[in-house]
Design a protein around this ligand. Sequence first.
Ligand SMILES: Cc1cc2nc3c(=O)[nH]c(=O)nc-3n(C[C@H](O)[C@H](O)[C@H](O)COP(=O)(O)O)c2cc1C
Length: 217
Amino acid sequence: MANILGVSGSLRSDSLSRRALLMGLEFARVRGAEIRLLDLADVALPMFRPDDRPSQVVQSVAAEVAWADAFLLASPEYHGAMSGAIKNFLDFHWDELAGKVFGCLCASHGEGQGAMDQMHIAIRQCHGWSLPYGVSVRDDDFDRTGSLKNPRVAARLEMLGRDVNVYGALIRSQFQVDLRDGRPDTFASRYGPAATRIDLAVPAQRLPPPRQALRNS
Ligand SMILES: Cc1cc2nc3c(=O)[nH]c(=O)nc-3n(C[C@H](O)[C@H](O)[C@H](O)COP(=O)(O)O)c2cc1C
């Protein structure tokens, strides 16, 4: 079964997306998954600055990402988009997400479609595999004590926890076999760690020196 990292992208203490995430993780755990939580409200992940050396916090988050076979990403919908915290988390990672499965959760006042679509696009750009559905929650899905009262949402969370565990393990294990075999005709050899950075890196000599370009314009 899969190692699943839940990433909570709300910095609000009473976050609904975090509540849904914890339920999804628990549904995965009872089906045999190993689960961990990365709560971005507790972890002082800095803004991604490509020129900075990775701090200790960045390195420990990277270690959690490396541990995971699959992810549950939970975001509030902010201005029709995923939260800055989730986007910033994703910006730190790329080829280490390749071949890993993602389930997406969102809290919003509506359907959360904007945040959900954006998460799916970002995951695809990192060569991850999103489950083809997500779970969206809103405040009227919960009662006054904070317990989920909407059985339809509960059933979807159970399905998400089950699917991220089952497909997470399946896809990860095949990806690792393909990486080990080193066959050139596989997704893993094309997009797996190391291959990606080499293949997609823009050769430095093709870039104009930026200051020079500015002075000439
Ligand atoms: C800055 C901001 C922008 C928001 N934008 C949207 C939005 O575009 N669509 C929407 O349905 N809800 C929007 N909301 C409402 C939140 O999605 C909603 O309160 C959600 O429960 C927040 O997630 P959380 O409970 O996990 O913190 C916004 C809230 C804030 C604070």
